[in-house]
Design a binder for this molecule. Sequence first.
Ligand code: ADP
Length: 424
Amino acid sequence: MNWLPVSAFLLIAILYLRHRLNAREQLRQIDQMIQTIGEGGRPSSFILHGEKNLQRIGIGLEKLADQRDRLESQISREGFNLQAILASMMEGVMVVDVGRVIRLVNDSFLALFNLKTSPVGRGALHTLRDASIEAVLRKALTTGEAQFREIALTAPKRHLALSAAPVRDSAGAILGVAATFHDITRIKQLEEVRRDFVANVSHELRTPLSIFQGYVELLRENPELPREEIGRTLQVLSKHSTRLNALVEDLLSIARLESRQDNLTLAPWDAVTFLSAVEEDWRLKFQAQEVRFRLEIAPDAPSICVDHFKLEQVFNNLLENALKYTPPGGAVTIAAARARATGGDPGKDLEIRVSDTGTGIAPADLPHIFQRFYRADKARSRALGGTGLGLSIVKHIVQIHGGSVRAESEIGSGSTFIIRLPGA
Ligand code: ADP
């Protein structure tokens, strides 16, 4: 028997089988690699032994996995950035689609509209129940142009500045609207305060000015007026010019206090020296009105730093009121002592109490007396030359020193103004 062809056949058969087995193993490896990449994982190795084509497949799969990793990290980075930006925005952000269904909101939006759960997937009108917001969204969608509008919410009570801009795809088709809501409640309140202030000032100026005009006219048209009549007229004019002067002085004080350039000139303050000087300034006025005036300075009154000129204005305003509202026979006291220690405060502060035995202030008026132009008894305040600004100036000065002021009062028994200033 010739063994040569037989052994050659066997050799070929063995090589063929080995080759088939190798190829099957490599196919299994490739299959496993693709499966791992498909599931988001990364094979431990991309090396495929054997012919060049197999090695190329390994290299190709490695590149594919690298690219997938890069894309994933880019997506997660952008996602983080978008999330972080939206979360850190003070403005409320809402994105709606063309059907005005909410697609995205941030935390500020939820807070502005007091929403407890995510409104994503719900209609904007159904969620916000505000026809004016709905109208702005509609207009942005139909015109394709950005819209701006101020919105007044009732519950919660807020003023919002809404800007709504269309969102477009790369071909320019409108996909929806991105709306931002800026809370302008505080600005609106300040505007209101300013409007009221201007209206009040105009009102305060109108009365004395029209009286002036009337009397000047009278004098001009009646040059032969008897002397006593002229004297009386000049007295009225003088009284109103004093009032005008007081008003202008108080308005200037407020303007100075509110201007940032008016810094405090702080210096060590000694209660005895300072209050004795105040007493000296006011002694004659109190005597003339038969009101007793007392100073009570406790030995433990802490020394503090204040702007002397401004604190003088505080006492002048409080004593002027005390004198205005205390009938003859009454008493006014200024008492200074260390403030009693409370919770977090060890008792370093100085407390000054200015009390009188005068008319007192009604409970309904008490919470308002520090407001500008507030007068408990309008006719009496005006008759006594009050501007309605004295206590608001007191409060402002005490506050810029880091202190506080409050009042206690009872009708018929008198009033006490309690000032607390931080200790050094
Ligand atoms: P006014 O110029 O009218 O005194 P203020 O701001 O100083 O304005 O005070 C506001 C209001 O508070 C006064 O109109 C008055 O009704 C009340 N008031 C202030 N101080 C006293 C006081 N010592 N006794 C009674 N009422 C007072």
